[in-house]
Design a protein. Structure first.
Length: 288
């Protein structure tokens, strides 16, 4: 344990802090190894049309298959990958893997859908981000509309000039951009007009209590109306039950993502959603 010993010094590291620091270092070391050893797997979560139930898109979500610790969720390693720069090789791998997978689905005769890929700030601000995306698309002969970029509100607000420029370049390329976790950042509204984005994803914290909380109902309705009036597609994240689905449908939400339809699943399992008009059995019954 790090313990300050000299006179007039304070103990800076508590045992808990030192434990956390050690763990972090361990994750970093493991992460480097994991990138070399290809220990990652992309899961896919369906996004459905709220009116028809048709699977119209997917989100790619990374998992780390640690040889000893098992499956590690992104929250446990993406922040460390970002602060160490390891997100750059990892992010590049994810992008290529998603394009490869989409190409494979097409080769297998599956209907094609756009797949959303999450970008971290560091990754998005790289000067060669556009080349990286274009190369991945070309390598797998994938039309640009089958890739979507998901950026958090806080990311786009960090450097508005640069973000606007990259988003314009992406849009020219034909790649759609979405604002992820919408509503959790601040002063986003004024910029919606400036950014060439096509989609907002309402954060699941607004959806969780939607059925019971009148404040959430007001907020979500306002976000959906705002999006629709600005001709943006609107997706609700974290939809877990039928009541939430019904409320969102009645509010005119375009697209739905959440455990009600499916958890994120491996590519093989995801195939069942491709070309399936009505996705989850629970949803099927609810269609008017
Ligand atoms: P996100 O982009 O907002 O992704 C949605 C998260 O919500 C996913 O968590 C998903 O599994 C979860 N989710 C979906 N439906 C439901 C639901 O009905 N209920 C609940 N409770 N959760 C639901 P996941 O996969 O653990 O990812 C967490 C975050 O990690 C993502 O949030 C994203 O910010 C980041 N992330 C994931 N994959 C990547 C990646 O490839 N690159 C980068 N840079 N970040 C990633
Ligand atoms: Mg996302
Ligand atoms: Mg989100
Ligand atoms: Mg999130």
């Amino acid at each position: 344990q790090a313990k300050a010993t000299g006179r007039n010094t304070y103990q800076i590291f508590t045992p808990e802090m030192s434990k956390a620091a050690t763990e972090r270092l361990q994750v970093e070391t493991d992460l480097r190894q994991a990138i070399e050893n290809n220990e990652f797997i992309v899961f896919y979560q369906p996004i459905i049309n709220a009116q028809t139930g048709e699977c119209i898109a997917a989100e790619a979500l990374i998992r780390w298959l640690h040889p000893e610790k098992g499956m590690i969720p992104p929250i446990r390693f993406i922040p460390i990958a970002e602060s160490t720069g390891l997100i750059l090789p990892l992010g590049r791998w994810i992008l290529n893997e998603v394009c490869r997978q989409n190409h494979e689905w097409r080769e297998n005769g599956q209907p094609m859908i756009p797949i959303g890929v999450n970008f971290s700030a560091l990754q998005f601000r790289q000067n060669d981000v556009l080349d990286t995306i274009q190369e991945a698309l070309e390598r797998f002969d994938l039309p640009a509309q089958y890739l979507q970029v998901e950026l958090t509100e806080s990311l786009v607000m960090q450097d508005v000039e640069k973000t606007t420029q990259i988003l314009h370049d992406l849009s020219r390329l034909g790649v759609m951009s979405a604002i992820d976790d919408f509503g959790t950042g601040y002063s986003s509204l004024a910029y919606l007009k400036r950014f060439p984005i096509r989609k907002i994803k309402i954060d699941r914290s607004f959806i969780r209590d939607l059925t019971h909380d009148p404040d959430d109902q007001i907020l979500v309705k306002a976000m959906i109306d705002l999006a629709r009036n600005m001709h943006l597609h609107v997706v609700a994240e974290g939809v877990e039950d039928e009541q939430q689905l019904q409320v969102l449908r009645s509010m005119g939400c375009h697209e739905i993502q959440g455990y009600l339809i499916s958890r994120p699943v491996p590519a093989k399992e995801f195939q069942q959603f491709l070309g399936n008009l009505s996705t989850a059995p629970s949803f099927r019954n609810k269609l008017d």
